[in-house]
Design a protein around this ligand. Structure first.
Ligand code: SF4
Length: 456
C-alpha cells in the first residue's frame, strides 16, 4: 500500500507544488518515505527521503527540484524491500533510451523469478525493491519498442499487483495491472491532468475526477494530449476489497464507489448481523468511524466516542516493526472516561489483523470503567496473507488464521466479538465477488502465487 501521483502541468513553475499537494492527500497510504521526480524535457531530477512528506519535501527541496511540465511522486510503506532510503521512490534508471523514473503501488509475486533471470543476464541491482525490476525491464524493452508495445511486453512478464506512474522522455505514463488490484484514477484541472491512487489527491489540487484507469489500461500524456490505451484484456477483475474497508480515505471515490458510502453500509449491515444490547456505539478511530455511524443509525444505539485519537500519530498498522506498532497504540489514542464509565460499550473497528491493538483498546476502555465491551468488526476474519502489496505477509501474524472467533474474543478480552460476514461485505460494497480480491478473507488468490516458503 503506497500512494502514487502523476502530474501533467501547463504551468511548469508550480508542477512540484501540485505534486506535493496530491501526495500530501495520500500520506495515509505510506509514511516511511516520500519522493518526487520532475522532468523539464531535458533531464529528470529526483528528490526522495525517509519520513513524512512535510519532513522530506520541504519548500527548499521543492524549489531545488525546479520547474517542468511533468512530475511523479510516491509515498511508501514497504512490502518487498526493506524500509531504507535506497528503496524509496520514484526510482530512476538511466539507460541507452534515456532516463526513466518509476513510482509503483503494489507487489510483484514473481519478484525473485524476475530478479534471478535478470541477474543471470548480468544485470546488477542497487535496491531490493520490485520497482527496480519494473524500471530495468522497461528500459531494456524500450530499446526496441515504442511505449505501447513496451507496456504490453512488460505486462506479460509481471505477476502481482502494479499500479504505475512513469516519467519517460517528457511523457507521463500510467498503467494499472489487468486485475486492477490497486486503485488508480485520472482527473483534470485548470493546469492539466492528475493521475493518483485515490480521488482525494485529485481533489486536493482543485481538479475533478475523470474516471478510474481500467484494469489493463494505460494513460499516456504527451505534449498535453491525453490518450487511454488498452494494453491487456482484463480476464478477471480483482480490486482489493481492503481499499474500501481500511486503506482508502473515506472522502475518496475508488473504483467507482464512494468509500464513505461503503463503510457506512458496512456499519448498517454489521448492526443487522450482530445486534447486542448496549448503551453506546463508538468507533475505534479513525477507520472505524464511518461504520460506527452506520451501526448506530441501524441499531438505534447512541453514537458516542469512547476513544480520541492523537492526530499527530500515524496509523499503527503500517508501522513496519512490531515494537513500534505496540508502542504507538497508547500514543495514538486515549479513552474519554466520562463517556464510558458504567456503560455497555460497542466498539466498531474496520478489521483485526494481529489483534495486539484490539486487546490494548478493549483493556483501556474496560480500565476506564466500562461495564461491558463488545467488539464489532467491519470485515470478515483475515485468514490468509496478502501477496499483493499489504504488509500482512505471513500466516502466523494473522490472529484469525488459526483461531476461532471465540478464541479471538478471549484473546482480545471482549465480552462479545462479531465479524461482518462475507455476504454482508459484498452487500455493503455492492459488488459481485468476481470483481474483487478477497484473498486474505478466503485464501483464493486472483494471481498465481509462488510458494510462500520461497518468498520468505
Ligand atoms: S489479499 Fe486482501 S489486502 Fe491483499 S489485495 Fe487481496 S483483498 Fe487486498
Amino acid at each position: 500500500m503506497c500512494g502514487i501521483v502523476g502530474i501533467y502541468s501547463r504551468k511548469p513553475e508550480i508542477t512540484t507544488e501540485i505534486a506535493y499537494c496530491a501526495l500530501f492527500a495520500l500520506q495515509h497510504r505510506g509514511q516511511e518515505s516520500a519522493g518526487i521526480a520532475i522532468s523539464d524535457s531535458e533531464k529528470i531530477r529526483v528528490y526522495k527521503g525517509m519520513g513524512l512528506i512535510t519532513r522530506v519535501l520541504t519548500p527548499k527541496v521543492l524549489k531545488k527540484l525546479g520547474s517542468g511540465n511533468i512530475a511523479i511522486g510516491h509515498v511508501r510503506y514497504s512490502t518487498t524491500g526493506e524500509s531504507k532510503l535506497e528503496n524509496a521512490q520514484p526510482l530512476l534508471v538511466r539507460s541507452k533510451v534515456g532516463s526513466i523514473a518509476v513510482a509503483h503501488n503494489g507487489n510483484l509475486v514473481n519478484y525473485w523469478d524476475l530478479r534471478n533471470a535478470l541477474e543471470s543476464e548480468g544485470r546488477a541491482f542497487l535496491t531490493d525493491s520490485d520497482t527496480e525490476i519494473i524500471a530495468q525491464l522497461l528500459s531494456a524493452i524500450l530499446l526496441e519498442n515504442d511505449i505501447v508495445d513496451a507496456l504490453k511486453i512488460l505486462d506479460s512478464k509481471l505477476i502481482g499487483s502494479y499500479a504505475l506512474v512513469i516519467l519517460y522522455n517528457n511523457t507521463l505514463i500510467a498503467y494499472r495491472d489487468p486485475h486492477g488490484i490497486r486503485p488508480l484514477c485520472v482527473g483534470e484541472a485548470d493546469f492539466g491532468y492528475v493521475i493518483a491512487s485515490e480521488s482525494c489527491a485529485i481533489d486536493s489540487t482543485g481538479g475533478e475526477l475523470i474516471r478510474d484507469v481500467r484494469p489493463g489500461e494505460a494513460v499516456i500524456i504527451q505534449d498535453g494530449e491525453i490518450e487511454f490505451v488498452k494494453i491487456n484484456r482484463c480476464r478477471r477483475k480483482a480490486f482489493c476489497v481492503f481499499e474500501y474497508i481500511y486503506f482508502a480515505r473515506p472522502d475518496s471515490v475508488v473504483d467507482g464507489r464512494s468509500v464513505y458510502t461503503v463503510r457506512h453500509s458496512i456499519g448498517r449491515v454489521l448492526a443487522r448481523e450482530s445486534a447486542v444490547e448496549a448503551d453506546m456505539v463508538s468507533p475505534v478511530p479513525d477507520s472505524g468511524t464511518t461504520s460506527a455511524i452506520g451501526f448506530s443509525e441501524e441499531s438505534g444505539i447512541p453514537y458516542l466516542e469512547a476513544l480520541i485519537k492523537n492526530r499527530y500519530v500515524g496509523r499503527t498498522f503500517i508501522m513496519p516493526e512490531q515494537w513500534l506498532r505496540e508502542q504507538s497504540v497508547r500514543l495514538k489514542m486515549n479513552v474519554v472516561r466520562e463517556n464510558v464509565r458504567d456503560k455497555r460499550v460497542i466498539l466498531v473497528d474496520d478489521s483485526i489483523v494481529r489483534g495486539t491493538t484490539s486487546r490494548k483498546i478493549v483493556d483501556m476502555v474496560r480500565d476506564a470503567g466500562a461495564k461491558k465491551v463488545h467488539f464489532r468488526v467491519g470485515s470478515p476474519p483475515i485468514i490468509s496473507p496478502c501477496y499483493m502489496g499489504i504488509d500482512m505477509s505471513t500466516k502466523k501474524e494473522l490472529i484469525a488464521s488459526s483461531r476461532s472467533v471465540k478464541e479471538i474474543q478471549e484473546i482480545i478480552n471482549a465480552d462479545s466479538l462479531s465479524y461482518l460476514s462475507l455476504n454482508g461485505l459484498l452487500k455493503a460494497v455492492g459488488a459481485d465477488e468476481k470483481e474483487l480480491c478477497l484473498a486474505c478473507l478466503t485464501g483464493n488468490y486472483p494471481v498465481r502465487v509462488p510458494g510462500e516458503e520461497l518468498r520468505h
